[in-house]
Design a protein around this ligand. Structure first.
Ligand code: 3HC
Length: 295
């Protein structure tokens, strides 16, 4: 077996927020050794607590046994130093949706990782992968692996390649997502928003504009899409779930790339984010959430 086809068993996740924690959890549940990096020990502890709560939820809903929860928890380790990622075969970066922060992470990962066929993946929602690849000396190893929230529930991963991504790297990443994590993979070209957010974000922003204009209430818009189109949740509740700060950041990146007015964040969204109302994770967005459901 050559190195590129060797099964990935050591993964690194950068960022233990909503998405990073979810990705770390599915990797640990799939039997992989997972090292999670956060900027500080406090953030790492919060990330660990978030994953353990979700594993507990898996046990209480009958999806995991106590033993599986223990084994998954045991496979998770945390660090505040990316230098500890030297032996990782695949890294998924899931830090804040900010180009400067993400490019700094990629430059550092490229320096510390020893494996010449390591996959350097980003979970970015909207930043072109080429921008991140350009921060490294090995753009052939850089790829997008975009997961969906809640990661343990939603089966999709978008696999985003650039003109520089080596086919062996994309095959390795696809096989990990499909064969190890059990996800369904779609391939997307390297364009801001990829497939899902290019369609989803204008829809979410249109829902926000409807609330802003007083045309209908958030509750009625959501009810309409759940009952009229069989969506699992309406656009305002979904925007709260994704995080209003994240929706705003994705919209801004997409607007920067396409100058399409539909992608421009509506003033109501900007104002809510400025006021710290970022949706479910902050306890308030278009709806209010108690502390237990927000975490
Ligand atoms: N972790 C683990 N399991 C979870 C979970 C979580 N965070 N949240 C829900 N679940 C499980 C529950 O245990 C339950 O499992 P069961 O049916 O086997 O008992 C199942 O999911 C359904 O959960 P609930 O009964 O609590 O609630 P709902 O039926 O209302 O479903 C939902 C909740 C799964 C969030 C569903 O409403 C849904 O799928 N909503 C749409 C989410 C969506 O569109 N996500 C994509 C966002 S876009 C994105 O992430 C990309 C980014 O770039 C922006």
């Amino acid at each position: 077996m050559d190195m590129a086809t060797e099964m990935i068993s050591r993964v690194g996740i950068v960022g233990a927020g909503q998405m990073g924690a979810g990705i770390a959890e599915v990797c640990a549940r799939a039997g992989v050794d997972v090292l999670v990096a956060e900027a500080t020990r406090e953030l790492a502890a919060a990330g660990r607590a978030r994953i353990l709560r979700s594993l507990d939820r898996g046990v209480s809903s009958g999806k995991l046994t106590e033993r599986e929860r223990e084994q998954a928890a045991w496979r998770l380790r945390f660090t505040d130093d990316l230098a500890d990622f030297a032996d990782r075969q695949l890294v998924v970066e899931a830090v804040v949706e900010d180009v400067a922060v993400k490019t700094a992470v990629f430059a550092r990962l490229d320096e510390v990782i020893d494996d010449p066929v390591a996959v350097l993946a980003s979970n970015t929602s909207s930043i072109p992968i080429m921008t991140l690849a350009a921060a490294t000396a090995h753009p052939d190893r850089v790829i997008g692996l975009h997961f969906f929230n809640p990661v343990p529930v939603l089966p999709l991963v978008e696999l985003v390649t650039t003109s520089d991504t080596a086919e062996s790297i994309s095959e390795r990443a696809e096989s990990f997502a499909h064969d190890v994590l059990g996800k369904q993979v779609v391939r997307s070209g390297d364009r801001s928003g990829f497939v899902v957010n290019a369609l989803l974000v204008p829809y979410l922003l249109s829902g926000i504009r409807m609330v802003e204009s007083g045309f209908a209430t958030a509750a009625d818009i959501d009810k309409a899409m759940v009952l009229g189109c069989a969506h699992p949740m309406g656009p305002l509740k979904l925007a709260d779930l994704v995080g209003l700060d994240t929706v705003k950041a994705i919209a801004e990146t997409m607007y920067d790339e396409f100058a399409e007015p539909l992608y421009l964040p509506p003033p109501l969204l900007v104002q809510m984010v400025d006021d710290g109302h970022c949706g479910k994770k902050s306890g308030e967005g278009f709806y209010r959430y108690d502390e237990a459901s927000a975490s």
